[in-house]
Design a protein around this ligand. Structure first.
Ligand SMILES: NC(=O)c1ccc[n+]([C@@H]2O[C@H](COP(=O)([O-])OP(=O)(O)OC[C@H]3O[C@@H](n4cnc5c(N)ncnc54)[C@H](O)[C@@H]3O)[C@@H](O)[C@H]2O)c1
Ligand SMILES: [Zn+2]
Length: 345
């Protein structure tokens, strides 16, 4: 165990509680990379960090760049390889600090403190860090697992409804594809965010443990809804939030499955009803789908390396909690894009 480099995939120690209390367990040589918005919204957390070196950052996709990695690295010359890096923020801070922690002195100990629900249910699990290069999202990445993950629910109190919805949609993605019993229970009575977080994290954790370095076709399930989710994000000029785009992308994946005779209609209807999409989701889908020509969609899909010659590999549902990767011919998705998705029905 002690021979493992920092970042090696071992189950992260999960701690739940008050940030100010957990901070007391940090070793003295810790560097905290913090979303400055979180520091502003949570002064008690900022105050608790007084003894440590804190580097405030602006969150968002531009933070996920090699330029940012270098800018931060320049401030770390005196920091040894036995240091601990703390990523305090949403998925963008977590992703870029994952890369930095991997590279600094060939790897240092990392603690994730996800402050968005999306980061808590998704990006802080599985050890992936990445930066964007030009227009290509996550073009350079590493596996660098956190030694610890801290779940501090107080941070989620300052998230907007939209931010909460994004995290919830990703959580529903996990139960719909992986756990029929939980899906049914959640459908009968939607979980509070604490239960949603715990159960969805457990599901993602089980998936990444089976396939920690993405060598098998297992982690791919986490892409459910992401094929057309990414297309919609792109055709909306990124005005559609990622989670909302994935929420609509899941409707697309259900429709494709039904059209191919792979997803039973009843299953598709149950998932569509349960997903916490915004009201009028089909209208929203049609708003974006009717704006983009199939040729433009193909360009996005090709850049996303999702298929060749217009055919796609997509995660589709065979049943609640049961999925498979299927080849989807160009004519199948193009018919839906021009037809049902553009019309909104
Ligand atoms: N590594 C992975 O496995 C993985 C998985 C899924 C997503 N991701 C990545 O995660 C990123 C998206 O994550 P995100 O939505 O958390 O992004 P983010 O870090 O940009 O956070 C979204 C917004 O929320 C704000 N914010 C953060 N915490 C807050 C709080 N407590 N209260 C109020 N506002 C707060 C941020 O300042 C930012 O404006 C994407 O870059 C995506 O690629 C990575
Ligand atoms: Zn996602």
């Amino acid at each position: 165990m002690n021979d493992l480099l920092p970042g090696a995939v071992v189950p992260a120690r999960e701690r739940t509680g008050l940030f100010a209390s957990l901070v007391k367990t940090l070793p003295p040589e810790s560097v905290v990379f913090a979303d400055q918005r979180v520091l502003r919204l949570h002064p008690a957390a900022a105050k608790a960090l007084a003894r440590f070196e804190v580097l405030p950052m602006v969150a968002g996709e531009p933070a996920k760049s090699l330029t940012m990695v270098e800018r931060l690295a320049r401030k770390l010359h005196g920091v040894s390889r036995s240091a601990t890096f703390v990523a305090l923020g949403g998925g963008t801070i977590g992703d870029v600090i994952g890369v930095l922690a991997h590279l600094h002195k060939r790897g240092v100990r990392l603690i994730h403190v996800p402050t968005t629900l999306l980061a808590a249910v998704d990006s802080s699990i599985g050890g992936k860090g990445a930066v964007n290069v030009g227009e290509v999202k996550n073009a350079l990445g590493v596996f660098h697992a956190p030694a610890e993950t801290w779940l501090c629910p107080a941070f989620f109190e300052t998230l907007s409804d939209g931010q909460l919805r994004e995290g919830r949609l990703e959580a529903w993605k996990m139960v719909a594809t992986l756990d029929a019993a939980t899906f049914r229970r959640w459908s009968r009575k939607p979980p509070d965010d604490g239960a949603l977080l715990r159960e969805a994290r457990g599901l993602k954790d089980a998936v990444v443990r089976t396939d920690p370095y993405e060598r098998k076709d297992v982690r791919v399930v986490l892409n459910f809804g992401h094929t057309f989710g990414h297309v919609l994000e792109s055709v909306s000029g990124y005005t559609l939030r990622h989670g909302d785009a994935v929420g609509l992308g899941m409707l697309c994946a259900l429709d494709v499955g039904v059209a191919m005779g792979l997803t039973p209609r009843g299953v598709a209807d149950a998932v569509e009803q349960a997903l916490p999409n915004r009201p009028g989701a089909r209208r929203e889908l049609s708003r974006w789908a009717s704006r983009a020509k199939v040729s433009a969609v193909s360009t996005v899909l090709a850049a996303d390396k999702k298929g060749s010659g217009g055919a796609l590999r997509m995660v589709l549902l065979e049943d609640l909690g049961r999925w498979r990767v299927a080849r989807v011919e160009a004519s199948q998705w193009q018919g839906l894009w021009r037809g049902a998705w553009s019309r909104g029905g």
